[in-house]
Design a protein around this ligand. Structure first.
Ligand code: LLP
Length: 422
């Protein structure tokens, strides 16, 4: 039987060439996803912008892909902004997010010409006012608003509810925005919300859009020339075969039409619509390759296989109870499918997949877990001092490293011994 392919590449050959654990990302799929979102907006004919949410997956090569696609980047830290700068990403297309930006970080953003700052709180506004006065520079801002909408997703990734650390409480937002617009150096160009991630139901998205349009109208009525509404990301993807599927590409024209109708009713100009997908653009473009290191059967209980990664490279099962599917990559003659628990090698019970159906797993097999392109590499940790795996980019027939595997030397490079221990 043939080896399993990913984005046209033999996964066993990739594992051999680059080692495991290994993240593989398909540039073809990423570009296809970006193009499809553009097309959905083009067909709906409206002024729009796509901000790739870098938190889902960022590095220098990824920023180059995003730059070449002519879309914008949502960055949440100086680290992400520096990554964009290293890629030559046009900083006027960067949108800087975060619920607790420090003055030094705001200064970095303003000095480096970041196009838009999404202000999350009144305290941040104060800091930004000081920074812009000090630098004598003007900035364009949006305010993040929490619309008080509940999205049906994991509690930890719901962000638009009333009881949240993110954004201005909806009821206070209008007054704050109107006041902010009178400040020197600050021009408020829009309002933003993001209600959560991995949402597979359009009802909360539309409910949030409705609240934001109402607020947009109320703020415009106060004489603030708002031009844009950013409705965030959150479009869910099917992690498992047969999973409930949210059709983002069908939803976008529906959303545009809905906003057009609402704006006509309210007699306000159609705003520029901004979306900020992260997961939708990269999740299905990624997979993780592991080597099976142990197989054990506990009679009458279950079979375990342990792979050479785990919660270090994919913390999502541990954090959110996220479910994944896996496949043995090296072609096997046997059709001896069995249910096993796939465990990682962190020193705790880091189950990656509770019930994986695999083709007679054996020591030395290469296992591929699909749909790991979002929030896996970007959330990887060095727990137990395991180095961060490499990321390989696949493009057509080519493969090349986009993030080098961390070496043990690098892992130790930050350690220092205080004088009294020398
Ligand atoms: N915009 C803002 C302001 C966000 O906070 C996020 C995600 C996005 C856009 C992109 O959301 P997406 O389209 O990727 O759902 N670590 C979690 C997800 C956290 C999402 C944080 N914010 C996970 O692994 O599920």
């Amino acid at each position: 039987m043939e080896n399993v392919k990913f984005s046209g590449h033999d996964t066993v050959a990739l594992a051999k060439k680059y080692g495991t654990p290994l993240y593989v990302m398909s540039e073809d799929i990423i570009r296809d996803r970006i193009e499809s979102v553009k097309k959905a907006f083009e067909e709906a004919s409206c002024d729009y912008e796509i901000n790739f949410a870098g938190k889902a997956f960022t590095n220098v090569a990824m920023c180059k892909i995003v730059a070449s696609e002519n879309i914008a980047l949502d960055a949440v830290s100086v680290g992400e902004m520096l990554t964009a700068m290293a890629a030559g990403f046009p900083m006027e297309r960067v949108c800087y997010h975060g619920n607790n930006k420090k003055s030094s970080e705001l200064k970095f953003a303003v000095e480096n010409g970041v196009g838009l700052i999404v202000v999350d709180s009144e305290d941040e506004l104060k800091k930004l006012t000081q920074v812009t006065a000090e630098l004598n520079k003007d900035v364009k801002i949006m305010f993040r608003i929490s619309p008080g909408v509940e999205a049906h997703t994991h509690e930890l990734i719901q962000t638009g509810i009333q009881d949240t650390k993110f954004g201005l409480p909806f009821e206070q937002a209008k007054d704050i925005v109107v006041r902010a617009n009178q400040l020197p150096h600050i021009s408020v160009v829009g309002i933003h919300c993001h209600i959560g991630s991995q949402i597979v139901d359009e009802v909360p998205f539309i409910a949030a859009a409705d609240k934001m349009i109402g607020l947009y109208q109320a703020i415009r009525n106060e004489g603030v020339d708002l031009r844009a509404i950013n409705l965030g990301g959150g479009f869910g993807i099917p992690y498992l075969q047969g999973d409930e599927y949210f059709d983002t590409l069908k939803y976008i024209p529906k959303l545009v039409q809905h906003v057009k109708t609402m704006c006509a009713e309210k007699q306000v100009p159609m705003p520029k619509l901004i979306v900020e997908p992260g997961r939708f653009l990269v999740c299905e473009a990624g997979a993780t390759l592991y080597t099976v290191g142990t197989v054990k059967t506990i009679p009458g209980v279950r079979k375990y296989i342990s792979v050479d990664g785990g919660m270090n490279d994919n913390p999502r099962p541990a954090l959110y109870g996220a479910e994944y599917e896996a496949v043995i990559c090296n072609g096997k003659a046997t059709e001896d499918m069995e249910e096993v628990r796939v465990s990682g090698r962190a020193c705790e019970t880091d189950t990656l997949i509770d019930k994986a159906v695999l083709n007679h797993p054996e020591v030395g097999d290469i296992l591929m877990v699909r749909n790991t392109g979002a929030y896996n590499y970007s959330m990887a940790s060095r727990y137990n001092r395991f180095p961060i795996p490499a990321v390989v980019l696949l493009s057509g027939d080519c493969s090349g490293i986009m993030v080098e595997r961390e070496s043990y030397q690098e892992l130790l490079s930050h350690d220092r011994v205080p004088d009294w221990l020398k």
